[in-house]
Design a protein around this ligand. Structure first.
Ligand SMILES: C[S@@+](CC[C@H](N)C(=O)[O-])C[C@H]1O[C@@H](n2cnc3c(N)ncnc32)[C@H](O)[C@@H]1O
Length: 258
């Protein structure tokens, strides 16, 4: 409990993200990713392989931008730091373990920022900014990795709208807009874009039968991936004894060309 509070208190967080509960969510994810590291290893390996494919043949290799760097589990940080002149790790929340890892490399910088430009709208009633407004001016970016952030982008907004009694159709429309804005922003960035994302959640029983499916991209579909796999986000016994929750995940190592 103390560690959780300490993780939240020492987090570098965008003020709106903290207000909307993202610092607490990150601390929760930190604990889950440690507890489930054996179950998540294959997922992380698929992500690392996709990033390796995205780097292959890429020149020049000046700046790599990582959107949703989080706990740095999906990201081969040492490889990026050794391959690129500079590594920008963008997330609305940087916990101290991730900051400490980043601090091992002189060319890695954490940028604490909301990539949607909309969190302050919900938290404080401010006018929205364009997505990626803080980073997209940098034309030295040769590779951007959207690192399992896409399906997460609507969550804070959906929860806020739900708390404020908005109808389901409005909530669904906002979720659709946030996912769409991120995809559009990726296509406008300079350089290659590697997209890693979960696209669907499946609930399965022990026989492997799919009991329910949930779209994680608010109605958007992605181009054909170069890799796809199942990520056991909550294996049997985690959320429910007899039901496992798996995310159908994909990698598109050259999103703009796909
Ligand atoms: C599933 S995690 C990504 C995992 C991460 N790539 C890793 O290797 O640990 C999703 C991340 O998206 C971040 N995030 C969610 N909404 C965000 C936003 N609006 N702006 C920036 N980051 C956001 C969360 O803080 C979280 O770290």
């Amino acid at each position: 409990m103390l560690t959780r509070l300490a993780l939240i208190a020492t987090a570098h967080a965008d003020p709106a993200a903290r207000r909307l509960g993202l610092a607490a969510d990150s601390a929760g994810l930190w604990f889950r990713s440690r507890r489930l590291r054996r179950h998540w290893a294959d997922h992380e390996n698929h992500c690392h392989q996709a990033i390796t494919r995205a780097i292959a043949g890429l020149t020049p290799r000046r700046t790599v931008l990582v959107l949703g760097s989080g706990q740095l589990r999906d990201i081969p940080l040492a490889l990026l730091a050794h391959t690129f002149d500079s590594v920008l790790l963008v997330d609305a929340v940087h916990l101290w373990p991730a900051r400490r890892q980043a601090g091992r490399f002189a060319n890695v910088r954490c940028v604490t920022s909301d990539v949607t430009g909309r969190l302050a709208q919900f938290a404080f009633g401010f006018a929205p900014n364009p997505p990626l407004a803080t980073v997209k001016a940098d034309d030295s970016i040769d590779l951007t990795i959207s690192a399992n952030i896409l399906s997460q982008l609507p969550i804070a907004a959906e929860e806020w709208l739900e708390r404020h009694g908005r109808p389901p159709a409005d909530i669904a429309a906002m979720a659709h807009q946030l996912v769409g804005e991120h995809l559009a922003a990726l296509t406008r960035l300079p350089g290659r874009v590697c997209l890693l994302s979960d696209i669907e959640m499946q609930e399965r029983d022990r026989s492997g039968t799919i009991l329910a499916r949930h779209d994680l991209l608010a109605g958007h579909t992605l181009p054909a991936p170069d890799d796809a796999w199942l990520w056991p986000v909550a294996p049997f016994g985690m959320a429910q004894k007899e039901r496992a929750y798996l995310h159908h995940s994909v990698a598109i190592s050259d999103f703009k060309a796909a």
